[in-house]
Design a protein around this ligand. Structure first.
Ligand code: CO
Length: 296
């Protein structure tokens, strides 16, 4: 047995919830729909189904590759012709399923790009087995995307997953990195190819409103906010939008800024491709075994 049976049951339940929430997201993603409403509906659904968020819903559109998180009073709406990446993190007792889909908004213009990312993920999954180099998975991802005439985004990657830890210490590259890291039985990994007609690199933009605890420390100011964050989210990423519901917008902003300055929190940035380009992404969480278990 690759994994404790109770743990596997939790992963499978999180996986079912993730699948349902992605389907729900597809229905909600129509022209005119507001990012904030979609995000909050999906977040509520995750919780109503008996799980919790592994990170806030990410809705990255067109040239935004990753980490756009709806803010309080977000007025952005989806438009016909958009390409949405919906990235959802579901966890049960810290056992995380991280999964993403690309949704075209009433358009066929992005079908080839979407196919490139989807096929890259499928080909990558076929390679997953104990003992394989993650670099070899990256190689098949990039070559599949290139075959469709697009670029793989090289400075984004999949990642290892551990309990209450979305990004365990190793990556699953989206190109042949040449690294010598091998997968082992029982590892939980997220594979997430990004295909683009842009440059193949993202740059950091503005703050996303997604934060994550990096170092637990005593604070004098805003101790109540920090205690709330630690008890609610532990080491998982969370949104400023949700913390604001408890402490109000002004106090939350001041508290989070001071925690970032003190090195207590990490402030995730929005990751952008070249303006005017498009990015497609698909992601599954996988338990490495002789026959891998695909989640999400
Ligand atoms: Co991921």
């Amino acid at each position: 047995m690759v994994m404790n049976k109770e743990v596997l049951t939790k992963y499978k339940k999180a996986s079912e919830i993730s699948k349902k929430c992605k389907e729900f997201g597809k229905k909600l993603a129509v022209p005119g729909a507001n990012y904030l409403e979609i995000s909050e509906k999906i977040e509520s659904k995750i919780r109503s189904m008996g799980a919790d968020l592994a990170f806030p819903v990410n809705m990255s559109v067109n040239s935004v590759a990753a980490h756009y998180c709806a803010v309080e009073n977000d007025k952005n709406i989806l438009n016909e012709g958009d390409l949405l990446k919906l990235d959802i993190g579901v966890q049960i007792e810290g056992y995380i399923v991280d999964s993403a889909i690309s949704i075209p908004i009433k358009t066929k213009n992005h079908d080839n790009l979407i196919l490139a990312a989807k096929e890259a993920l499928n080909n990558a999954i076929k390679m997953v087995k104990p003992g394989i180099y993650t670099s070899d998975i990256g190689e098949i991802i990039e070559s599949t995307i290139n075959k469709h005439g697009f670029k793989s985004i090289r400075n984004l990657s999949g990642h290892g997953i551990e309990q209450y830890n979305v990004h365990a210490g190793y990556n699953i590259p989206n190109y042949k990195s040449g690294g010598k890291f091998k997968l082992e039985k029982g590892m939980v990994i997220a594979i997430e190819p990004f295909a683009t007609n842009g440059t193949g690199r993202v740059t950091e933009g503005k703050s996303s409103g997604i934060y994550e605890l990096v170092e637990k420390r005593q604070v004098r100011m805003y101790r109540d906010v920090l205690n709330h964050i630690i008890s609610t989210y532990r080491t998982l990423p969370f949104s400023e939008r949700e913390v604001s519901k408890n402490f109000g917008r002004t106090k939350t902003k001041l508290a989070l800024d001071s925690f970032v300055r003190a090195g207590i929190l990490h402030d995730h940035k929005i990751l952008n491709e070249k303006p005017g380009s498009y990015v497609a992404q698909f992601e599954y969480t996988i338990i490495v075994d002789d026959k891998p278990i695909i989640l999400g």
